[in-house]
Design a binder for this molecule. Structure first.
Ligand code: PLP
Length: 394
């Protein structure tokens, strides 16, 4: 009856950058040519630049989990002891992956919505000097919580353990000082803050991690990072790359470099702040209220209401796709993303939609309250700056 535009508001996949999408139409190009090598080299150096690291960044044709697997396969050996920090669905993936490769994980598990602290990591490392690696999510997308990576790095760096970070939704939403903090492996995925479709995973690898790869006894073939590193020197990948996604990534990186990685992070942080303000103004409870990250905000459904109803209504009434809770949190929370190509106009609409949906289900809502909270955050951040007079030069 009404026009409904599809709007992707999920924490992966995220909305596509139009110019990246258009670049994919140039995919009739061969990957062993100078034209493509130029683009591939530009993507590799662009990733280093936006990740702000001197470490090599390796690109794999896989979703983010492929790079998680590659980090374990390449740097560890069957039987080694490792530490997994988990407080959500993606933390559980680290546990499952380490076990799948025959590692012996000590697991620090915190309830969903909470986080593992640096103190807990320090205690576990002290109790077990055989730990060869520490695994964590920078941003736990299933709950919206963010880990204190800097604090954890401080304690991990007192040992020889490799610090492996799933930053798939951490990159572009929080500061991650890879070189300064000594982060050995930092993993990203194309369909999150990088504004392009799923299919590319990438990871920065420290010298410490490259050395560890020589010791690993695991068989490696498709995801052999050493082989990828060697080929990358010539602007090539070991296997046929996802040409269309590499072209898209090159455009997205241009956009991010022009905007500035710090501004991409600030954008997500501001949208997250505004979303929390809106939820609070509407009397809704935040799920990871104590440790909120900026990639995604998880909001509890009002008491007695199933969050699946809210998610469905977003889609049916407005064409907006938001995320439900995962696993045991399905039906309890809904999640709204801020990472990548999101702006305030997206958020004004989303909060206005939410108000209508809540009212349609008999919740007490004063129209405009949540939207006003978002407007106030924008005004405080942007309008205030515009009206500040520049000091007069003398
Ligand atoms: C999206 C995501 C992943 C990767 O999932 P894929 O489906 O393999 O891309 C891993 N960790 C986190 C924290 C994520 O948000």
């Amino acid at each position: 009856m009404y026009i409904k535009k599809n709007r992707l508001l999920t924490p992966g996949p995220t909305p596509l950058l139009p110019q990246a999408l258009h670049a994919m139409m140039g995919s009739d190009i061969h990957h062993r040519t100078e034209d493509f090598r130029k683009v591939y080299k530009s993507v590799l150096s662009g990733l280093k630049e936006v990740m702000q690291t001197q470490n090599d960044v390796i690109v794999l044709v896989a979703s983010g989990s492929g790079a998680m697997e590659a980090s374990i396969q390449n740097c560890f050996s069957c039987g080694e002891e490792v530490l997994v920090c988990t407080a959500g669905k993606f933390g559980e993936r680290w546990t499952a992956l380490t076990k799948a490769f025959g590692l012996k994980p000590t697991v620090i598990e915190q309830p969903y919505g909470s986080v593992v602290t640096p103190e807990q990591v320090a205690a576990a490392l002290e109790a077990n000097p055989n730990i060869r690696g520490v695994f964590v999510q920078a941003s736990e997308t299933s709950t919206g919580a963010a880990h204190d990576i800097e604090g954890m790095a401080k304690v991990v760096r007192k040992t020889d353990a490799l610090f492996v970070i799933d930053a798939i939704t951490g990159l572009g939403t929080m500061p991650l000082k890879i070189d300064e903090w000594g982060l050995d492996i930092v993993i990203g995925g194309s369909q999150k803050a990088f504004m392009i479709p799923p299919g590319l995973a990438f990871l920065s690898v420290s010298e410490r991690a490259w050395k560890r790869m020589e010791e690993s006894k695991n068989a490696r073939f498709y995801f052999d990072l050493r082989r990828e590193r060697k080929n990358a020197l010539n602007g090539e990948s070991a296997w046929t790359p996802a040409v269309s996604l590499v072209l898209a990534m090159d455009e997205a990186l241009k956009y991010i470099k022009n905007l500035g990685m710090d501004n991409l992070i600030k954008n997500a942080q501001l949208l997250a702040t505004a979303t929390r303000a809106a939820a609070t103004a509407l009397g809704l409870e935040l799920f990871s209220g104590k440790n909120p990250g900026s990639s995604v905000t998880a909001i509890c459904a009002p008491a007695g209401m199933d969050s699946s109803v809210i998610v469905k209504d977003f889609r049916n009434r407005f064409g907006s796709i938001i995320a439900n809770g995962q696993g045991s949190m399905k039906g309890q929370i809904f999640r709204v993303a801020h990472l990548g190509y999101f702006d305030f106009a997206d958020l004004f609409a989303m909060v206005a939609e939410l108000e209508i949906i809540l009212a349609a289900h008999g919740q007490p809502v004063e129209f405009g309250r949540g939207v006003a909270a978002v407007q106030n955050v924008y005004a405080a951040a942007a309008l205030a700056k515009e009206t500040t007079k520049e000091p007069v030069a003398v």
